[in-house]
Design a protein around this ligand. Sequence first.
Ligand code: SF4
Length: 461
Amino acid sequence: MGKHVHIKSFGCQMNKLDTALVRSALDEAGFSLTEKVGDADVVLINTCSVREHAEQRVLSHLGHLKHIKKSRPDLVVGVIGCMAQRLGDELLEHEAVNIVCGPAEIPQISELITKVMQDGKKSLAVTAGIRRKAPAERSHALEEFEAAYGIEDGRIPAQAFVRVMRGCNNFCSYCVVPYVRGPEISRPPEAIIEQIRKLADHGTRQVTLLGQTVNSYKYEQGDKTWSLADLLGAASDINGIEWLRFVTSYPSDEFFDEIMQIMADSPKVCNYLHIPAQSGSDKILRAMNRNYSCEWYLELLDRARAVVPGISIAGDFIVGFPGETEEDFQATVDLLRKAWYKNAFIFKYSPRPGTRSDKRLQDTVPAETKQRRNVELLAVQEKISDELSRDFLGRRVKVLVEGPSKKAHLNSADAADNPQLAARTATDYIVVFNGPESLAGRFADVKIIRTSPLTLFGEPV
Ligand code: SF4
């Protein structure tokens, strides 16, 4: 039997997809996957560098593994992902770590593990000059890795993620992504479409297209330039695929109207848009190097709503960015009220080493002020979310069932045959209802009988 590998994943959907690819590559290479660290010969941690907190969690996990290695010195520990690329050698010096492998080098992961198991030497695979255009061999290796292994996440039945582009060119001043994932590269449309077709053949019903700025997908092919709208159109023609989503969008004019139009025209493209604003103050947006004003951003939301009535929109914000005054913060509260999001993800600013805001701006806002602004903004959003959720009372919605609900929300009197299931609407509302577990991965009609700001509660129709 092959050696056992345990993988722990931190961070965004892009990382989860990398983890799924690594899992499937290791499985193919003869390793067995295990959910328990205690049973593992190899522990891989897929890391995130976007926030300081995420890196601290990885370091504390490595501290724990160092302790385990005292009694099990043969245990191989590999760090992959953004933190591996950012810290490279420094991370390799950690007592617990045997392998450091950046996101663009993951096609080598099974060879790296095998080599460390054979010679016991530490191994570093990070990308030198990551902002330079990738050499053909690296792009080719990544493309092959993606296409060969990107079959299905396997965690949520009938759902899968497909990367349409890598990297980012935007250089928002607080963000580490362009430095660890490299320049923006759109994948060839035929590879993406082929992958979706394969997924559909394997029973996938919902595909989420992934990119750091997914709406800027652009691929020149002869006379034609493929946009995300073209990809969504082509994917809509694939039999078996019923819902298509895409995340995350950057507020930009390019292709925006086409993307909204395909959302309006294709019944398969879900009416959901995740489009971070980050701040409601033009001064702060400039300091963040976000290339739009608040007024323009709100107009963009109006444009989306005009073309796709009923679209649900989610946003992201960073509070406590350097120089954010009470007035700037109130402008963010204002924008949040006007944007009328379904939900918003709110983060407290933390400087990331190597980024422009870290090099040029002082982290001036005290931690307690960041905390207060975070709580205040969440409270405003909660009222809006609550109001939007109430609209669903008594309505019948179509949902795609994900599986048993992690939290016990409902009266679970009949939990034996009908456990609580978690599902989502096309507009990304979470719906919880009692039903047979066999519904996981299938569509169901549910009548909403109760609501809360972030969850709808229903009963099957
Ligand atoms: S758009 Fe900005 S925040 Fe998003 S990944 Fe690129 S640099 Fe980071």
